[in-house]
Design a protein. Structure first.
Length: 352
């Protein structure tokens, strides 16, 4: 985690630094404060026995639903998505909290109702998990956050994959999701959301308009070559050709300055973190802890895949932040708590 966060801060400094303004960038200072606060929450999450959260998993889940609902009353819209809540001058995204809350709730449900790993499951066994999964998914969709909804769907699918559900369920579910997705594109998506899909398929048709973000992202990544242009020397970044470079497009900043080797090293750090998380899940003697570790690894994995896929042109752009690299207080705090819980499980993985 330390290496991942350090890479993120070093890269964010470059993304926000300007030669004509030598003052320490405000966004970088803010991120450092969020990381400092996140470290406090990390140690707290690692110190308290994670098994205490078994009792509180459902209450935390229902509080997260209330926060998601609060968006429709006291929320504010950003980039066409009404998924922010401002309280006493502090803004946060309830959807970030809901990810971890859903992980806790599903971990409790699975550890209680799926205690026999050898029993083959049926669709009826998924009615309970679906009851936990659908409310936050629907609320996030109503907020216009398609990226968040996709992340919830991928995360839930990963958890279900490990429950020995018959393959025919995944085939049927895949067909239904595909049909629902086609219907949503046709009748429910807003124009800017349809533009993202069209841009993903044909970015070259409007390189100075709707395809500008993706085209510049690819140029930044490709121009880094093998070794990169050097720290603080990325021209696509410094000349402001790359939009949203401190949030959604933070990885192209890294690739331009550190090249293929820098990007590969960063991905290797992420992969090592995920493998250690999976090892903790496999070694844990407690079912709740095992499912919790697996859910946290899944969240990190899919956030990285969705973000990197978007900026590299492999998936539609969704606005999902890259963990520990993208700027954002809500994301940093949630991820630090998640890592604290993962360390918690790892420290107690041999405790019955």
């Amino acid at each position: 985690m330390t290496a991942w966060i350090s890479i993120g801060l070093v890269n964010l400094y470059s993304a926000t630094y300007r030669v004509v303004d030598p003052v320490l960038p405000a966004l970088f200072q803010s991120q450092v404060r969020w990381v400092a606060l996140g470290l406090v929450l990390f140690f707290l999450a690692a110190w308290i026995d994670y098994r205490v959260l078994y009792r509180w998993a459902y209450p935390i889940y229902f509080v997260s639903l209330l926060l998601l609902s609060l968006v429709f009353v006291a929320g504010r819209a950003v980039a066409g998505q009404q998924n922010w809540v401002a309280v006493a001058g502090f803004s946060f995204q309830p959807s970030e909290i809901a990810k971890l809350a859903l992980a806790l709730a599903l971990s409790r449900y699975f550890s209680t109702h799926f205690s026999n790993p050898d029993r083959t499951r049926s669709f009826r066994d998924l009615l309970g998990p679906l009851g936990l999964f659908l409310p936050p998914l629907i609320l996030v969709l109503l907020q216009g956050d398609m990226g968040g909804a996709l992340l919830f769907l991928l995360f839930f699918s990963t958890m279900v994959f490990f429950l020995k559900i018959p393959w025919r369920f995944f085939v049927v579910a895949g067909v239904l999701v595909s049909l629902a997705g086609a219907g949503a594109v046709q009748f429910f998506l807003k124009d800017y959301q349809k533009d993202r899909i069209f841009t993903f398929l044909h970015p070259e048709k409007d390189p100075r308009g709707k395809g500008y973000h993706l085209v510049q992202s690819k140029i930044a990544v490709g121009s880094g070559g093998i070794l990169g242009k050097g720290y603080l020397k990325g021209s696509i970044n410094k000349l402001k050709y790359l939009p949203e470079r401190h949030t959604d497009f933070i990885f192209p900043v890294l690739s331009e300055e550190w090249g293929f080797l820098g990007g590969a090293f960063t991905l290797a750090v992420m992969l090592l973190f995920l493998l250690l998380g999976l090892h903790s899940a496999s070694q844990c003697k407690d079912a709740f802890g095992s499912y919790l570790a697996l859910s946290i690894v899944s969240l990190f994995f899919w956030q990285a895949v969705v973000n990197l896929g978007g900026v590299l042109g492999l998936l539609p752009l969704t606005g999902v932040p890259l963990p520990f690299l993208s700027y954002g207080g809500s994301s940093i705090l949630t991820m630090m708590i998640a890592v604290g819980l993962l360390v918690n499980v790892r420290m107690r993985r041999y405790v019955f």
